[in-house]
Design a protein around this ligand. Structure first.
Ligand SMILES: [Zn+2]
Length: 321
């Protein structure tokens, strides 16, 4: 029996006894834990999954806890998901966005989880009145109810996603120093793509007749902040927050006052309430994609394509020249 085999056996015994993988797998570059050739990364939801895939390239196996087409805010994890978090080399999540994932990060992922919130610079709070996650049994663990809700939707500002990409390359390099050059190059290429997108959006949304953006849920604050628009959201930060009749009436009259011609529904949210607001005010609806998950009906095959589709939708809906 050689030394390496002895080491593996010792690790397997220790992990079976303790469910702790301290030190085991590290010397194998994480390959043992991944059960494959590269690092295994579990992402909380689509934009983090996409960024991790772009940066990891062929060296990293990426999966997402949020299934395609599922709404990520109120995600619940199966025991299998939780086991996946425990086995992964890295969990990439956004603290405060998905309570179940935060919980798994704390209980299962130990020091192999990374919360992107700090790098993403979550500087915005909900644009309208606070709607707390009334149906979310985990809400009380996150923040006090009367506290202003932090807006988690940073990825709709491409420059913030580029910052997360750079930091993610550093995290992957810590886990797999041999891949350093690949991660660095991929992060630079990702940044280049995101900055090109940012410039297109900036140019495309500079001269718009209407600056007010009426959306289903409050997902577009960072986009609006970046490109000089103002969001009025029909429901709150979470799509499950229901607006009151008073709030709906206020939004309808604001649509008229500000000359809004288009109210935006979303790919993963029931359009009924937004359609009611639009019908009452006599304006159109169009579909924006907050990129919380891709579906077969998404307007593009990845983040960049869907953002460009959003840009085209916004240019028409906001009458931009
Ligand atoms: Zn959202």
């Amino acid at each position: 029996m050689n030394i390496s085999a002895t080491g593996r056996t010792a690790c397997a015994t220790a992990s079976a006894a303790l469910l702790l993988l301290t030190g085991c797998g590290g010397s194998d570059g994480g390959a043992a834990a991944a059960g494959g050739d590269g690092l295994s990364v579990v992402a909380g939801f689509y934009p983090l999954e996409w960024a991790a895939s772009r940066i990891g390239g062929d060296l990293v196996e990426v999966s997402s806890l949020t299934a395609p087409g599922a709404e990520p805010h109120d995600l619940e994890l199966t025991p299998r998901d939780v086991a996946g978090v425990s086995d992964a080399d890295l969990l990439v999540h956004l603290g405060g966005f998905q309570a179940a994932v935060d919980e798994a990060a704390e209980s299962q992922a130990g020091d192999h989880s990374w919360d992107v919130a700090e790098v993403a610079n979550l500087s915005l709070t909900a644009s309208g009145d606070d709607h707390e996650h009334a149906e979310d049994e985990h809400a009380e663990e996150g923040h006090a109810e009367d506290e202003e809700a932090t807006d988690p939707h940073f990825w709709l500002d491409p420059t913030r996603l580029a910052d997360v990409g750079d930091a993610l390359a550093e995290r992957l390099t810590e886990l797999d120093p041999d891949g350093a050059e690949t991660y660095e190059q991929n992060a630079a290429a990702l940044r280049e793509d995101l900055e090109a997108l940012d410039q297109e959006m900036s140019a495309g949304l500079t001269d718009c007749a209407v600056d007010t953006l009426v959306t289903s849920h409050d997902a577009f604050g960072y986009l609006a902040d970046r490109y000089g628009l103002e969001v009025v959201a029909i429901s709150g930060i979470s799509p499950s927050a229901e607006p009151s009749a008073d709030q709906l009436a206020q939004i309808s009259s604001l649509v008229t006052e500000r000359g809004v011609t288009t109210v935006y529904t979303e790919t993963l949210v029931d359009p009924a309430v937004a359609e009611t607001v639009a019908a009452e005010a006599g304006v159109r609806t169009a579909v924006l994609d907050p990129l919380e998950g891709l579906t077969d009906e998404s307007a593009g095959e990845d983040y960049l394509a869907v953002m460009r589709a959003n840009l085209a939708t916004l240019q028409e809906g906001q009458s931009c020249s």
